[in-house]
Design a protein around this ligand. Structure first.
Ligand SMILES: Nc1ncnc2c1ncn2[C@@H]1O[C@H](COP(=O)(O)OP(=O)(O)O)[C@@H](O)[C@H]1O
Ligand SMILES: O=P(O)(O)OC[C@H](O)CO
Length: 496
């Protein structure tokens, strides 16, 4: 039996899962890690804490699976994207805390570049928007604000990478400084049509090429782990950003297929085959690149999904555990006209307003904890509707099925409400850890364990399908209430 170790380093927690070649999880380990909020709109992680946790979790997952490293065919890595790490090539030590994808500190820098008329050039080359979400302005901020960083970067002393690249560097003890095309496509520095770091973009964001990693296919050679880390040298053979890994894990290999992942954030990704330009403020991005062939995708990124539930737990102390939300929502039935717009770090697609902040609207004397918690869950559904409507408008056809995954979808009330609000069937797969599974599939493709995407697709199984039960008039009424709530906090509603 061949095994694959999948590393899934997410925004809220890090995970390591051992899969067998049939895609069955044989053992895993997971750990939440510290979120740092030093100022309003700033979000940071300790990259060394992430690395130390990841190594320990890999060792624990192997023990839990009763598998030794020498039995591993490969390792796959998937990661929270855009989060930016800058480190010393000689010592491997980060120069500062990692700036997380949710961080808004470079919103004004992005606005200045928009005011200077650069948005179209950036969008044409990268498929992205000038928003603090992406790596380039975060990296420029580090180079300009960490004393001595910029001259050291220009002299080749420093390395930049997203979390996949950082973990690969640590796993190979500094031998490999590489990333994959999906992660590169999230930096605002990578031309997704030519598949190269783009000189004009490096100049625009003032990034020295000396810090950049090599960009490789999502499946293939990424070097091997140092034997002392896990007990054997294991090839790293698959890497992808977590939302693209989930696209692979959900076997969305045909154009038009859509998956949506509900973790800290929510990310809806449609396989489009060729690159499709969005006229509804979605992102054009790399779905995966295999054997040099790039498959493109449309993506809607929502910054706060499960994070809203974490806020209800940690910020308001309304619940002790996220799992309590299902019973509370069943008791309430609906949020009863209460809307939570969770714009804690601005709004993502299709609004893209980094200055928006959260709001709780529609409160009455009858509003209780159950209604507020339900509004937190419903917000995830309404934001998903925003994205699906935008995708349908861009592609000219509305998907009839949505494949869902991520920590939130264990919540049956949420999954059913998603079907009700979106008016589509919602399919939850047998393996909900599809992000990690996707990384495992890529690693398996990278070492020839699977000979094609068809072989991977044959393994996908639906665990439960949720069909829409809400009457159309009620669906539209509730959604209209959401749109009115967003208009109260969003300074630039999409289309205005
Ligand atoms: N039963 C549940 N109902 C609603 N939300 C949940 C439930 N269980 C977990 N969550 C939320 O899911 C998120 C964790 O999902 P996960 O996919 O692990 O996130 P990430 O990959 O971003 O670390 C947390 O924000 C948590 O609040
Ligand atoms: O950590 P997740 O699962 O919320 O994913 C974060 C995304 O990769 C951000 O682009």
């Amino acid at each position: 039996m061949s095994y694959i170790l999948s590393i899934d380093q997410g925004t809220t927690s890090s995970r390591a899962i051992v899969f067998d070649s049939s895609g069955r999880a044989c053992g895993q380990a997971q750990k939440e890690f510290r979120q740092h909020f030093p100022h309003d709109g700033w979000v940071e992680h300790d990259a060394m804490e992430i690395w130390n946790d990841t190594l320990a979790l890999c060792q624990q997952a192997l023990r839990n699976a009763r598998v030794e490293a020498r039995q591993l065919a490969a390792i796959g890595i998937t990661n929270q994207r855009e989060t930016t790490v800058l480190w010393d090539r000689r010592t491997g030590d980060p120069l500062a805390k990692a700036i997380v994808w949710q961080d808004r500190r470079t919103a004004s820098a992005c606005q200045s570049l928009r005011d200077a008329g650069h948005e179209d050039m950036v969008r044409n080359k990268t498929g992205l928007l000038l928003d603090p979400y992406f790596s380039a302005t975060k990296l420029a901020w580090l180079l300009d604000n960490v004393p001595g960083a910029r001259p050291r970067a220009e002299s080749g002393e420093l390395a930049f990478g997203t979390i996949d690249c950082w973990l690969l560097w640590q796993l190979t003890r500094g031998k490999v400084h590489a990333t994959d095309a999906t992660n590169a496509s999230r930096t605002l520095l990578f031309n997704i049509h030519e598949q190269v770091w783009d000189t004009a973009l490096l100049e625009l964001f003032d990034i020295p090429a000396a810090v950049l990693p090599e960009v490789r296919d999502s499946a293939g050679e990424f070097g091997s782990t140092c034997p002392e880390l896990l007990g054997a040298a294991v090839p790293v053979a698959g890497i992808a950003g977590d939302q693209q890994a989930a696209l692979v894990g959900q076997a969305c290999f045909q154009p038009g297929m859509v998956k949506s992942t509900y973790g800290t954030g929510c990310f809806m990704v449609m396989n489009t085959g060729e690159a499709v330009e969005s006229h509804n403020r979605l992102l054009t991005t790399v779905g995966y690149r295999l054997n040099g062939k790039t498959t493109y995708a449309l993506e809607g990124s929502i910054f706060v999904a499960g994070a809203a539930i974490q806020w209800l737990r940690d910020g308001l102390n309304l619940i002790r555990d996220a799992s309590e939300t299902e019973a509370l929502a069943r008791r309430a039935g609906s949020a009863g006209g209460v809307y939570l717009v969770p714009a804690f770090t601005g709004l993502g697609a299709p609004w893209w307003d980094p200055h928006a902040r959260g709001a709780l609207l529609g409160l009455t004397r009858d509003t209780g904890i159950a209604e507020v918690v339900t509004a937190g869950l419903e917000a995830v559904c309404y934001q998903s509707r925003d994205l699906l409507d935008a995708m349908a408008a861009d592609c000219g056809t509305r998907p009839t099925t949505l494949r869902v995954d991520g920590g939130m979808v264990v919540n049956n009330w949420l999954s059913q409400t998603l079907a009700d609000v979106l008016g589509v069937c919602v399919d939850r797969p047998m393996v909900t850890e599809t992000t990690a599974l996707g990384a495992a599939y890529l690693a398996g493709l990278g070492v020839g364990l699977y000979d094609s995407l068809d072989a991977v697709a044959e393994q996908w199984r639906c665990e439960r399908e949720f069909t829409p039960l809400l009457e159309e008039g009620e669906r539209q009424r509730r959604y209209q209430g959401w749109r009115e709530a967003v208009a109260r906090v969003c300074q630039s509603p999409a289309g205005e």
